[in-house]
Design a binder for this molecule. Structure first.
Ligand SMILES: [Zn+2]
Length: 440
């Protein structure tokens, strides 16, 4: 992709790019100096075709240019056909981003790149961002994603200060909205509105669920396909789902989650410091169509957070037979968990579609456990075709003799296994030896 044609218009240059992937024409505008009125007309000719724009954080226009753009604004705005915007929020572009926020926008991606600093200038910037955010167009919106640029921004940015601004946008969203993901917690009313939108399919929950008094009842969750739980929201939402389900079972009414139970295929949990126990997994067992369950949870330095036992994992495997990708936290070095090769066997036979797996195992007596799995009733059943086992930091200390036993056991449970992966630099211990028996 590159400039195919550059048209000079007075002191305005309009560089033409073609984005082949989308099959759409888009343009990069560079407006400099003090253009003549006819030059503005040329700019408008190009800008009125523009479908997609990326506003980088460093992209600044001088005050005079912004002023003149505003004075020369055509009826319907500069970008009447704009559908997609990716806006990396920064002090340089805040003064003019509103020129791009046209009612035609369908997809808005906002990347927050400013770190939180306690200064007057920063407070002013935050106020400007909040103001710009509350003016986001919503009537034709299909996708709204607000994400931090990196981990540093994620932890330092005062997301809750933007609750009012973003909630006001959500309350204006209509049935076209399909994807909503944000680090900013929403007001109870806004969450309630969001979960009543019939077109919604992908949702990132941030913050707790609304109070029962805030909920419009009877509630019918849209047929979501993908749910992300983040930032202390997980337990609140899952408990609420469980409550709905228990209540529907007792009263024999239809569950507010009836459609979602049929449609939900992917759940991701990115909630730091959560215990991985049956309190976390039990409410998920009702979503039997899940193919991806990712618990992106790292154990603490001082404590392993994984408390599932072999039987808990067997229950999970039997409840979620369509599972393809399963991450139950990232195995740590502690070696204190109570899962063994039995859980691998359950996963292999009950999740026959399994393609990726990450689960804690206690490596003490590992070789012996593989022998014992031969006596399990599951030992006769067909296995999944898992190709890669991710062990992250899981230790494995083996005698030379035991390497073959563990390798044979793993090959029996996962006949298609071709690789074992661990965290770079973390050291695989005995895994390194076992792996040699699987890779070519
Ligand atoms: Zn752990």
């Amino acid at each position: 992709m590159g400039p195919r044609n550059v048209k000079y218009v007075g002191r305005i240059s309009v560089q033409r790019y073609q984005t082949l992937q989308l099959g759409l024409l888009s343009f990069q505008l560079r407006i400099e100096g003090d253009p003549l009125p006819q030059a503005w007309t040329r700019v408008q000719r190009y800008s009125s075709w523009m479908c997609a724009v990326t506003v980088e954080w460093w992209l600044g226009l001088d005050r005079d240019t912004i002023e003149r753009m505003r004075l020369n604004t055509p009826a319907g705005g500069w970008f009447p056909a704009l559908q997609n915007i990716r806006w990396q929020v920064g002090g340089h572009n805040i003064p003019y981003t509103d020129l791009f926020l046209t009612p035609s926008l369908e997809n808005i991606r906002i990347v927050v790149s400013c770190l939180h600093k306690k200064s007057e200038a920063h407070t002013r910037l935050q106020d400007s961002v909040a103001l710009a955010m509350s003016a986001l167009p919503a009537s034709r919106l299909r996708l709204l994603i607000i994400a931090p640029l990196n981990r540093k921004v994620h932890t330092s940015f005062p997301w809750e200060d933007f609750t009012d601004s973003l909630s006001s946008v959500v309350l204006r969203c209509g049935p076209l909205l399909k994807t909503f993901a944000s680090q900013i917690p929403l007001s109870g009313g806004a969450v309630n509105h969001l979960i009543s939108l019939p077109g919604l399919r992908t949702l990132q929950f941030c913050g707790p669920p609304p109070q029962p008094s805030d909920l419009h009842l009877p509630l019918d969750f849209p047929p979501l396909t993908t749910c992300f739980f983040a930032e202390d929201s997980t337990i609140g939402w899952l408990s609420m789902f469980q409550l709905f389900e228990d209540r529907a079972r007792t009263t024999q009414d239809s569950s507010p989650l009836a459609r979602m139970k049929e449609s939900l295929t992917q759940v991701s949990i990115g909630d730091d410091g959560l215990y991985i126990n049956t309190g976390l997994t039990s409410p998920l067992l009702m979503f039997q169509k899940l193919t991806i369950l990712k618990m992106d949870i790292y154990c603490l330095e001082e404590e392993c957070l994984f408390y599932l036992k072999d039987d808990d994992i067997k229950t999970l495997a039997m409840a979620l037979p369509q599972m393809k990708t399963l991450t139950l936290g990232h195995p740590c070095r502690k070696n204190t968990c109570r899962t063994s090769a039995f859980c691998l066997l359950s996963l292999s036979v009950y999740c026959i579609e399994l393609e990726q797996l990450e689960v804690h195992l206690n490596a003490s007596g590992f070789a012996r456990w593989y022998e014992e799995t031969a006596w399990e009733p599951e030992a006769e059943l067909p296995r999944c075709a898992l190709k890669t086992l991710v062990v992250h930091e899981m230790p494995l200390f083996l005698d030379v003799d035991a390497v073959e036993e563990v390798s044979d056991g793993l090959a029996n449970i996962f006949p298609s296994l071709g690789d074992i992966q661990w965290k770079a630099g973390g050291g695989g211990g005995g895994w390194e030896e076992v792996r040699k028996n699987f890779v070519d």
